[in-house]
Ligand binder design. Sequence first.
Ligand code: OGA
Ligand code: NI
Length: 335
Amino acid sequence: MENRGQSFSVLNCIDLSSPDIHKSVSLLKQACLDSGFFYVINHGISQEFMDEVFAQSKMFFTLPLSEKMKHLRNEKHRGYTPVLDEVLDPENQVNGDYKEGYYIGVEVPENDPKSEKPFYGPNVWPTADRLPGWRQTMEKFHQEALEVAKAVARIIALALDLERDFFDKPEMLGEPIATLRLLHYEGQISDPLKGIYGAGAHSDYGLITLLATDDVLGLQICKDKDARPQTWEYVAPLKGAFIVNLGDMLERWSNCIFKSTLHRVLVHGPERYSIAYFVEPSHDCLVECLPTCKSDKNPPKFPPVKCGTYLTQRYKDTHADLNLYTEHQARKNLP
Ligand code: OGA
Ligand code: NI
């Protein structure tokens, strides 16, 4: 059972253009200790460009399913993810997430040795004659969002008593795994009592996630994952802002001082578009308890783990086996 209140969470707002860094650090720290969610405004990405990214996203999802399936995600997690591809909360979900998505990662050409690494490789792109300008728009957003993420990570570093550029190191956000995911929620109305959700309850895997949404309500957070019944609060969309949340790697790094927060999406009727930007460090980055987050009395709660290994496992746990689609395709092609 759960508490089905319609309450809203009041989140702190971090203004990236503010010269008062102490204030930003204090607001961010308070948000990280409280809900693990905050808004980021004046981040430097223009409203006009954000609107363009949403418009292009909509154009892709409006294509016929057969066309979208030609861009089905590959083993590098690039491309289209159909409805029910992902099950974020198997314990409470009957089928899977009622959302479709499109993953775009760091573009690494096939002939580059780095493309051997999981999550690195060429992206899957819709053809330019079908969706002109699509690739350019997404690549530009990918780059600009990374700069926003780095700016936020600097405030996080200060809030954890680290050097401002702690996360800027090459093995951290210098060569990150950063994934842009376009999302579209439509159709099946959510009913938590029946295990039907747009996106099941989960916490994100990496350092932070930047989320841009349209103005349709849907995102909910649960500040205390261990409380029973769980209490869910809506996060109101805020025009032009990113909703930022902390991921599980930051929870591990900070020894649970900063917790990743459970969240989910309910679909109430109208379709909803959102754009998530998942920020993780490099493959070989060892995520281990930060020096400022441990003491004799408070030893590390997690063993060190390599980012690439950790992330691979988390994706495997939540996404359908790709063979499923080939089998399905093969069955359909039977005489
Ligand atoms: C996610 C996520 C929320 C949303 O993709 O991890 O939590 O509003 N998305 O789409
Ligand atoms: Ni999420």
